[in-house]
Every structure is written in C-alpha cells, then in structure tokens.
Design a protein around this ligand. Structure first.
Ligand SMILES: CC(C)(COP(=O)(O)OP(=O)(O)OC[C@H]1O[C@@H](n2cnc3c(N)ncnc32)[C@H](O)[C@@H]1OP(=O)(O)O)[C@@H](O)C(=O)NCCC(=O)NCCSC(=O)c1cc(O)c2ccccc2c1O
Length: 263
C-alpha cells in the first residue's frame, strides 16, 4: 500500500506506523487520518503482525493534532475527513478494535488530537523530551469522548479536567506520575524500548492478548458514541466566530481574545 503522509513498516511480527509531516510537527489532515486508518487495517489483516508501534518522524513531535492550516470556517471536515469519507472517529475505532496491542512511542509533542491518539493506544512509552497536553480551549476546539471521558478513566477526573481547563503542557515524568504513560526512557533509546516491549508481546498467545484487549475495551465503549456525537457538535462549533478566533490566533502567532464570547 502506498502512503504519502505516513510510513509503514512490518518485520519480526511488529508493524511500525510513523506520522511523517515534520514540517507541521506531524499535525494531521484528513488524508493523514485516512492513511493511518488504512495502515492500522493493514496491520490487522497481516496475520504475522502481533503488535503495532505508532510514532512520529523527527525529534520534535509525535503528533500535534489537526493541521490548523487546513481548517476553515465550514468546519471539521477539512481537518479530519478525507475525500473518501474516513474520519478521526474511524481512526480511533481501529486503534481500539485491532486485536493486537498498540504502543505509542512518543518522541516529542503529543498535543491536541495528537495527545488523544496516544491516550487511545494501549500503552505509551515516552522519550524524556516528550511533552503532553490538550490545547482545544485555546485554539477553538474540543475532542470530546475518548479525549475527555476516557482520559479521565486513565488519569482521574480532577487531573483530566485540569488538563483540559488549563491547557498546560506536562513533561514525560509528570505524565508517568499521573499514569498517562507506562515508561519514560532516554530519547535515543525510545524506539529500541518500544520494539523490545513489542517483541515481548510477539512471544505471547495472540488469542489471549486479543481477548484481554477486547475485555479492557468494554468499560470505555461508551466513549465511542460520545465521540461521534461530539464530532458532530464540533463541526458546528468550528463554523462560529468564537472557534475561528482560536484557530486564527494560532495561525497569526498571537494570543486568542475570547473576551466578547459568553455561554
Ligand atoms: C505544539 C506546539 C505547542 C509547539 O510549539 P513550538 O513553539 O515548539 O513550535 P511552533 O508553534 O513554532 O511550531 C512549529 C511549526 O509547526 C507548525 N504547527 C505546529 N502544530 C501545528 C498544527 N497543529 N497545525 C498546523 N501547523 C502546526 C507551527 O505553525 C510552526 O510552523 P512555522 O511555519 O511557523 O514554522 C504548538 O505548535 C501548538 O500549540 N500547536 C497547535 C496545536 C493545535 O492547535 N492542534 C490542533 C488542536 S485541535 C485537534 O487536534 C483536534 C483534532 C481532531 O481530530 C478533532 C476531532 C474532533 C473534535 C475535535 C478535534 C480536535 O480538537
């Protein structure tokens, strides 16, 4: 399968999927989301693959979410819906549903939708240089469902609300302390560590792993429906002046001014 925005490689039972848009810190467009979804389906269909690693190209970013330069007033479709009609909810679903563990190897910023991506992965290994956070309320967006409710099941309600309501960035060590990542390793050892974890999985019973993963998914399944509903709501929100102010401020490299908006 040919991809433009991502890299796909499979060997020794491990598929590695790499978001490859370093010029925008691996932010994704609809096309990127579509390619990621297809890459996960390819890893699912390949019976020799027992574990998947998701990472980003370069030293600076895992993924910084939707590519703001492609977002327009008529909404979310331009950010995360491809010509083929595949959207972010399908990507989140395939990461959860593929019956093989998915390890996020976070090599830098995991921000916005990029943060949600690593949260959805089964496990996260972080470079000591990694930075984590949500930015939606700053840039006029919100990725609810897995991005909010499921995050709260991972780090607790208070911490999840802090992450969303303050839009701070957290270090890899802070992320480990709050249970957001499984391990923190020296930057240059990140991919070796991720491959070592995946190689351990390769030796285990694939059916037992599948059953365990599917059973873990049961209690958070409600967030899939919340996410679909939230995507519909956000596509309406993106059309508003308030949301546009967030996006425009980011592109113009200034602070957003939400002072005239109320709710
Ligand atoms: C990630 C940062 C904190 C990094 O800051 P830093 O100062 O280190 O670097 P720069 O800001 O100078 O970035 C370098 C370069 O990359 C460009 N860039 C970075 N991120 C993006 C991006 N997301 N889109 C487009 N371009 C990006 C940046 O403009 C610079 O370009 P130059 O040409 O000037 O060199 C900081 O970059 C940052 O905060 N980025 C913004 C991240 C952001 O707004 N992400 C989108 C959030 S919304 C989202 O992801 C989202 C996705 C979904 O799929 C949803 C689905 C459903 C509902 C909601 C969704 C949703 O909210």
């Amino acid at each position: 399968m040919n991809f433009d925005d991502i890299l796909y490689e499979a060997s020794e039972g491990i598929a590695t999927i790499t978001i490859n848009r370093p010029q925008v810190l691996n932010a994704f467009t609809g096309k990127t989301v579509d390619e990621l979804t297809r890459a996960f389906m390819q890893a699912w269909a390949d019976r020799s693959v027992r574990a998947v690693i998701l990472t980003g190209t370069g030293d600076r970013a895992f993924c910084t979410g939707g590519d703001q330069s492609t977002r327009s007033a008529d909404g979310y479709d331009h950010v995360a819906r491809s010509e083929r009609g595949v959207d972010i909810d399908d990507l989140y679903s395939v990461i959860r549903d593929i019956p093989k563990p998915v390890i996020a190897a976070v090599n830098g910023y995991a921000i916005g939708g990029g943060h949600v991506l690593h949260v959805i992965c089964d496990m996260t290994i972080a470079s000591e240089k990694a930075k984590f956070g949500q930015v939606g309320p700053r840039v006029g967006s919100v990725d609810a469902g897995f991005g909010t409710g499921y995050l709260a099941t991972v780090v607790g309600e208070k911490k999840a609300r802090e992450i969303w309501f303050l839009c701070r960035q957290y270090t890899a060590e802070q992320a480990r302390e709050m249970g957001l990542v499984n391990a923190v390793v020296p930057h240059e050892k990140l991919m070796d560590e991720a491959r070592a974890w995946a190689a351990e999985i390769v030796l285990l019973s694939p059916t037992a792993i599948k059953l365990a993963k599917q059973s873990f998914n049961v209690s958070s399944e409600q967030f899939r429906a919340t996410g679909a509903f939230a995507s519909s709501a956000v596509s309406l929100y993106y059309a508003t002046e308030e949301s546009q102010e967030g996006r425009n401020a980011f592109m113009e490299k200034r602070k957003p001014d939400y002072s005239k908006f109320t709710t």
